[in-house]
Design a protein around this ligand. Structure first.
Ligand code: FE2
Length: 238
């Protein structure tokens, strides 16, 4: 079974359209999203409408939970005080501009999605099986990965939140961080669509990196009133 996973879209409709088209051209059977639909770029409502229109199932991210439930903080971690201030402005902007329809959609997203393929249990969630705002980077030690696999009670785990893609195998467990469609942080500004092909004896993973009109979205960020800081970060893939 070949599936596509679209991680952290963050209000970036141009990147979403591009990643979706790439997934469709790869003849996937099903497309999932990993939540975090708004913030940092202005198209949160367009993103929600696109996911509904194309029947893309997905899970709730920490950002969705915070926007939909009017929380004070998005639950993200910041590298410095400037980033914290900018991110707070972007979060307030998103809470103020997301429609009730978008908030209702985000509120109803499940914490995780589980299914079986060839006797392997697949689990999809935003960040970790227990908490949706914990950063699960590739350099966590093996014990952490195996602990998470036990908590997930799954063979193949697919998640995002860090915006940096990776694939790792430990024993017969497969860990896939799908990266981010709309706000990559690995220094590559192109969008990212993760393709996972699950066969009876293997899981093949591909991270498709596709160029899109970053400048169009950067201009829209500046015009919207979201700090121009995020336009620059988008251009840099940070
Ligand atoms: Fe995110």
């Amino acid at each position: 079974m070949k599936i596509a996973i679209l991680g952290d879209i963050h209000g970036n409709i141009e990147a979403l359209r591009t990643a979706y088209d790439a997934a469709v051209s790869n003849n996937v059977e099903k497309i999932y999203h990993l939540g975090d639909l708004g913030g940092y770029a202005p198209f949160v409502n367009e993103v929600v409408d696109f996911l509904i229109e194309h029947q893309i199932e997905g899970v709730q991210g920490n950002y969705d939970d915070a926007v939909a439930n009017g929380k004070e903080h998005c639950g993200c971690k910041y590298e410095d005080p400037v980033q914290a201030e900018m991110a707070t402005m972007s979060f307030e902007w998103t809470k103020g501009h997301a429609t009730q329809k978008s908030k209702d959609y985000m509120k109803c997203l499940p914490f995780d999605i589980e299914f079986s393929v060839h006797d392997k249990k697949v689990k999809i969630f935003h960040a970790t099986p227990l908490k949706n705002n914990l950063y699960w980077h590739n350099d966590r030690d093996e014990d952490f990965f195996l602990h998470m696999a036990r908590k997930a009670d799954a063979d193949i785990m697919i998640y995002g939140h860090t915006h940096i893609p990776y694939r790792k195998n430990i024993g017969n467990k497969v860990f896939i961080n799908a990266g981010s469609v709309g706000k990559p942080k690995d220094g590559d500004a192109r969008t990212c669509a993760c393709i996972a092909d699950i066969t009876p004896d293997n899981v093949k993973t591909e991270f498709l990196r596709i160029p899109y009109d970053v400048e169009k979205v950067a201009s829209a960020i500046i015009e919207s009133g979201i700090p121009s800081y995020f336009a620059e970060r988008l251009r840099q893939g940070k």
